[in-house]
Each structure stands twice: as structure tokens, then as C-alpha cells.
Design a protein around this ligand. Structure first.
Ligand code: NAP
Ligand code: MG
Length: 403
């Protein structure tokens, strides 16, 4: 078989620990035999981030802005313990945080579902994707605890000299208060990323706030979404998808009774809470994919899980591991599909489809990694090592591609 051609490189962001090992295995077993791979490589492994004073992370984000599609391996976010483990010069910031800030992006998390793993919610037939707004609200709040009677006020002093003041509460005794903010610019970026992504995957998107109670604050979110949607309306109609707005409590009730198969855009706190609920209900963190989408339609694909440290230490001791590569493989397939669509390369899109189908073939035959064994029903699973699992996928992929 002739290898599948690419025209534009993917931005490849390598990472740490067990996922770095899987990264190379995936390339060797599932990509390089079939694709004439073109990437611009950035090593975001912690040693090289430290060596370059984290410049490599910034460079990789700039490359993503330039080329439009990146695929990222999980990376260590340093803490005190990592400082000594890796002899670091500084406690470098989370690469994901840096990249997200530079792209002004929103993260979309989607579970990979298979028939033998039943979601905890019996109505759910298709994945639910959660998009979380990543700026402001309670995460950037200021708070006070007051211990005597007094008046709390919200004051705005405009640069123009205009002053606005409202009484928050007249305290008769001790209590607590909080100030929150958000920015039109950030909400607008969030809305653009949401509508871009919905079009990209051709799925209906829901958004919900509590604007009946919070008329100005949440009302602003609703209004900006409605305004931004006007730019997308025609493309949504052409794609046969919808933008659906409702109250957050109504959304939660509808989500529970839905079949899935849509995107749920959430304010920061709702997304924090609901993404944990939805991902747990779908089964396994190892089966959760994640895409960062910028308001102008740049994409960075990755797994939602971390570097799987415990498995890496086993690997270093020479022990066999059974680490699930699904989310990392789907990061690659997502990136290839997007690159293929942008560059008009149907063979590359087909490769992405077949790669995912080969993964499903393998799992549906009961060949799995250890983490899935106890989740499967109606099938007797066989646990394979990391490499055996990848080779089983490779065999099925080769058959599908006629290679
Ligand atoms: P983690 O790497 O996701 O692993 C937590 C546990 O979940 C693992 O020990 C393992 O359980 C299970 N697990 C996760 N992914 C799996 C897979 N693919 N296959 C099988 N089991 C899997 O989270 P963590 O231990 O909290 O963090 C480890 C490092 O990752 C940290 O340095 C953190 O900074 C980093 N991190 C990076 C990202 C990112 O780059 N996006 C995200 C999160 C965390 P068992 O051990 O029970 O088998
Ligand atoms: Mg959370």
C-alpha cells in the first residue's frame, strides 16, 4: 500500500511519562506504517520545557495559531514534588493553561462510547460533549466574611467619572459576601468557539444559565450568545443543527432524559461540576477525549487524562503495563480528520475514520486494556498489555485499509 499523503504538517506536542511511551508506540504501530506523516515537532516533556524556560510551550501554541491543527500528549504540571524529581529551575505553569490562554480557547470533552459499556444513565445512547467557559465567575471572585452589622455595596467607578453603586445587603450580624465578574470579550470568544465546534462536528449545541434570577449577569451571557449566533445561523441551518437556549435547571433535567449526541455549553462553574458528573456516568477517564477550540477555529486535540504516573513507574521497572491508549489515539485521529478536511484530503479523512473503526473493532471483540475489564457487560473481555492492544488495533486497521 502506498502511504497516505499529507500537505500541511500537524503541530505535534510530545509529553511525559506513560503517555509519552504510548505516544511513540501509537506512531510506530498505527501511524507511520500507513501515513507519510508530516509534523512540526515540539517536545513539551518536562525536561525540555525546563531546558527552554518553557519557551517551547509558547512556540508550540504559536505554531498552532499558524497551522490551525495540533495534537498534544499529556504533560506534567509541576508541583513541589516534581521540582525535586526533575530538578527544575522553576515551577513552570500548566502547558494546557498556557496554550489555552494563548489561543483564547474553549475545551470540549467527549466520551468514547462502546455498546458493552453502559452509561450510568440508561437513556444515554450517544456521547454528550461538555464545553466549559474557562474564565471568571467564582474562579476569579473576591470574598469577604463580615463579623458585625454594616452595609455591603457594589461600586463601579468608570474612567469617565461615572459612578454606579448598589447595596448588596444591609447586614444585621455576621455573614459572607462575594464579588464576581466576567468580560464581554471572553463570553464572546466562548460563544464563537462553541458555534465553530458545533459546525465542525455537526451537532446541536445547548447553552443554559440562570438568567431569570440573574437578569444582568447571566442575562449578558444569554444576550451575547444570541448576538454571536446570528453570524452562524445560516450555516447552522445548512448543516441541519440547532442552537438551543434554556434555563440551567431545565437543561439538567433534559440532559438526564436525553439520548445524548449534542454539545452542552456551560458557564465556568456548571462546566466544572457537570463535566465530572457526565464523564463519570459514561465510564472511564481513559476514554475521554478533549479538544481545545479557539474563537477563530484553531484546534488542539488531546486526551483528557494525565500522564498515568503509576503505570510509568511500573514501566520503568521493566513490568508490563496495560494502559489505555484510546483517548490518545482519538486525539491523533481527530487531528488527522481536521487536517484532511482543511486540506481537502479525503484519504486522510478516511484513514482517521478507519483508525477509529479499528479501535472499535478491537474493543467490540472484547480485546481491551485492564481499566475496562470491570466496566464491560454482555461480553467476556480479555485484558492485553499496552503493546498487545495496539498491535490488535494495527491488524484490524491494516485489514480495513487493505494494506
Ligand atoms: P492521570 O494521569 O489521569 O491518572 C489517574 C489514574 O487514572 C491513573 O493512575 C489510572 O488509574 C487512571 N488512568 C488515567 N488514564 C488512564 C489510561 N489511559 N489507562 C488506564 N488508566 C488510566 O491523573 P493524575 O495521576 O492525577 O496525574 C498524573 C500527571 O498528569 C500529573 O503530573 C498531572 O499534572 C498530569 N496531568 C496532565 C493533564 C494533561 O496534560 N492534560 C491532565 C491531567 C493531569 P490506576 O493507577 O488505578 O490504574
Ligand atoms: Mg471539577
Amino acid at each position: 500500500m502506498e502511504k497516505i499523503k499529507m500537505t500541511t504538517p500537524l503541530v505535534e506536542m510530545d509529553g511525559d511519562e506513560m503517555t509519552r511511551i504510548l505516544w511513540q508506540m501509537i506512531k510506530d504501530e498505527l501511524i507511520l506504517p500507513f501515513v507519510d506523516l508530516k509534523t512540526e515537532y515540539y517536545d513539551l516533556g518536562l525536561p525540555y520545557r525546563d531546558k527552554t524556560s518553557d519557551q517551547v510551550t509558547v512556540d508550540s501554541a504559536n505554531a498552532t495559531k499558524k497551522y490551525g491543527v495540533a495534537v498534544k500528549c499529556a504533560t506534567i504540571t509541576p508541583n513541589v514534588q516534581r521540582m525535586s524529581e526533575y530538578n527544575l529551575h522553576e515551577m513552570w505553569k500548566s502547558p494546557n493553561g498556557t496554550i489555552r490562554a494563548m489561543l483564547d480557547g474553549t475545551v470540549f470533552r467527549t466520551p468514547i462510547t462502546i455498546p458493552s459499556i453502559h452509561p450510568a444513565v440508561k437513556f444515554w445512547k450517544k456521547p454528550i460533549t461538555i464545553a466549559r467557559h474557562a474564565y471568571g465567575d467564582v474562579y476569579r471572585d473576591v470574598e469577604l466574611q463580615v463579623n458585625e452589622p454594616g452595609v455591603a455595596k457594589l461600586v463601579f467607578e468608570g474612567e469617565s467619572g461615572k459612578k454606579e453603586e448598589v447595596v448588596v445587603h444591609e447586614f444585621k450580624g455576621p455573614g459572607v459576601l462575594m464579588g464576581q465578574h466576567n468580560l464581554d470579550k471572553s463570553i464572546r470568544s466562548f460563544a464563537h468557539s462553541c458555534f465553530q465546534y458545533a459546525l465542525s462536528v455537526k451537532q446541536t449545541i445547548w447553552f443554559a444559565t440562570k438568567d431569570t434570577i440573574s437578569k444582568k449577569y447571566d442575562g449578558r451571557f444569554k444576550a451575547i450568545f444570541e448576538e454571536v449566533f446570528q453570524e452562524y445561523k445560516e450555516r447552522f441551518e445548512a448543516a441541519g443543527i440547532e442552537y438551543f437556549y434554556t434555563l440551567i435547571d431545565d437543561a439538567v433535567a433534559r440532559v438526564m432524559r436525553s439520548e445524548g449526541g449534542f454539545i452542552w455549553a456551560c458557564k465556568n462553574y456548571d462546566g466544572d461540576v457537570m463535566s465530572d458528573m457526565v464523564s463519570t456516568a459514561f465510564g472511564s477517564l481513559a476514554m475521554m477525549t478533549s479538544v481545545l477550540v479557539s474563537p477563530d477555529g484553531k484546534y488542539e486535540y488531546e486526551a483528557a487524562h494525565g500522564t498515568v504516573t503509576r503505570h510509568y513507574y511500573k514501566y520503568l521497572k521493566g513490568e508490563e503495563t496495560s494502559t489505555n491508549p484510546m483517548a490518545t489515539i482519538f486525539a491523533w485521529s481527530g487531528a488527522f480528520r481536521k487536517r484532511g478536511e482543511l486540506d481537502n484530503l479525503p484519504e486522510l479523512v478516511n484513514y482517521a475514520d478507519q483508525l477509529e473503526a479499528a479501535c472499535f473493532d478491537t474493543l467490540n471483540e472484547g480485546l481491551v486494556t485492564k481499566d475496562l475489564v470491570n466496566l464491560m457487560e454482555g461480553i467476556t473481555p480479555k485484558a492485553l498489555t499496552s503493546l498487545e492492544f495496539l498491535r490488535a488495533i494495527r491488524e484490524r486497521l491494516a485489514t480495513r485499509l487493505g494494506a
